[in-house]
Design a binder for this molecule. Structure first.
Ligand SMILES: [Zn+2]
Length: 153
């Protein structure tokens, strides 16, 4: 099996989506995860609504879905950045489906349809490709760890 020499292969979260972007912990700037991770979204909601760390995910997502102008702007900006990264992956790998895991999966109602709209109605993909299923991981936040446990040595 081919193994990465420096452990940096397939670091999707660190592909650049903003050339003059936010510095990342990896040393680069404008990384995908700085704009489209759930952590980045929660940090932005906390910052814009002046909330502390004591406000947890469920409350933050309720705020995000409250329909206010600010929340809609935050959601739209987040999904725009997510669209850029996913569209790049679609153009690179030509998948039949994209499955999004992590805590994103707990808020499918808030994210999936608007994300599909951005990906498919705005012609974000090569040749306007629209035949890709977008869904959330059934195992939600546990998908990664369960998958890791299933790997045989
Ligand atoms: Zn990075």
């Amino acid at each position: 099996m081919l193994k990465p020499k420096k452990g940096s292969a397939f670091e999707i979260g660190h592909m650049t989506i903003e050339k003059d972007g936010i510095p990342c912990t990896c040393g680069k700037i404008g990384c995908f995860e700085r704009y489209a991770s759930m952590k980045s979204l929660k940090d932005k909601i906390r910052k814009e609504y002046n909330l502390g760390l004591d406000v947890h995910s469920r409350e933050l997502m309720q705020i995000l879905g409250n329909g206010s102008e600010l929340s809609n702007k935050l959601l739209d900006g987040y999904l725009y950045n997510l669209k850029i990264g996913i569209a790049n992956l679609i153009d690179l790998f030509e998948p039949e489906a994209i499955c999004i895991g992590g805590s994103f999966a707990y808020y499918e109602d808030l994210f999936i349809e608007p994300l599909k709209h951005k990906l498919f109605e705005a012609n974000a993909t090569f040749n306007g490709r629209k035949d890709i299923e977008i869904f959330t991981a059934q195992l939600q936040n546990d998908a990664g760890i369960i998958g890791a446990c299933m790997i045989e040595k």
